[in-house]
Design a protein around this ligand. Structure first.
Ligand SMILES: *Cc1c(COP(=O)(O)O)cnc(C)c1O
Length: 229
């Protein structure tokens, strides 16, 4: 398995999906490093790829010191309130804001740093029991509520589509996410800056890009299969 080769292929696929026709936005690739070693990750960091994503705080902290400081870490998995304090100065974007309690904790922990944390609101479009995230109907009221917290800055939405054999089947999920994203944007809520739509993983990132993703989160297509998760 050649990680650099995989990485180039994913970048090509992203360019092709944009060319095929997306919503006209730029697309960033977050390389998802969970369950992979520093040695494996270094392959792409050495290609000057610095956008990395982890879904657990513990694993992010373990890797943080072993990688160059140019790396921009994205926390993409469910975040427990008691872990917020460990990442306030280490994370560029939290993709998984999913409760007001968590927003309040982030606000409290960012205040001493005198700057807001950029966050995406996780929306469970397909309303799967097994996944975190707000229901569609809760999303706008939630964002309005969080917008009053000065040290939390909402930048957009994140969603995970259900796993299916044929990614075409989840196109409606991405379309719906884009719709809500646009609706929130048009509301022009103060302190909310809707410029990021994080959706698409190994199985479905090309479709997500066609439907307006600005960030795709890709792990296995770059680093190979994981032994868990
Ligand atoms: C693991 C993970 C990914 C990447 O999954 P792949 O299918 O390996 O690309 C993306 N987003 C989240 C939230 C994840 O936990």
């Amino acid at each position: 398995m050649d990680i650099i080769e995989n990485f180039k292929k994913v970048n090509n696929n992203i360019a092709n999906a944009i060319e095929k026709g997306n919503k006209g936005n730029k697309v960033s690739l977050i390389a998802v490093t969970k369950n992979h070693t520093i040695e494996e990750i270094s392959n792409i960091v050495n290609q000057n790829h610095f956008l990395l994503g982890e879904n657990r705080v513990q694993e992010l902290l373990e890797k943080y010191d072993s990688l160059p400081e140019e790396v921009q870490w994205h926390l993409i998995g469910h975040l427990q309130k008691n872990k917020v304090k460990y990442i306030t100065d280490k994370v560029k974007l939290i993709h998984s804001l999913d409760s007001y309690g968590l927003a309040k904790e982030i606000n409290k922990r960012m205040k001493p740093l005198e700057k807001p944390m950029d966050c995406l609101v996780q929306v469970n479009i397909a309303e799967e029991e097994s996944k975190f995230g707000l229901k569609i109907a809760e999303t706008i009221p939630f964002i309005e509520e969080v917008s009053h917290l000065p040290f939390v800055r909402i930048k957009g939405l994140m969603t995970m589509a259900p796993y299916v054999e044929n990614p075409e089947e989840v196109r409606p999920v991405f379309k719906e996410a884009y719709n809500i994203f646009q609706q929130v944007k048009e509301k022009n809520i103060p302190n909310v800056n809707m410029d990021t739509l994080s959706m698409g993983m190994t199985n479905d990132y090309q479709i997500a890009i066609e439907e307006g993703a600005t960030i795709v989160r890709v792990g296995s297509a770059i680093f190979g299969p994981r032994s868990y998760n």
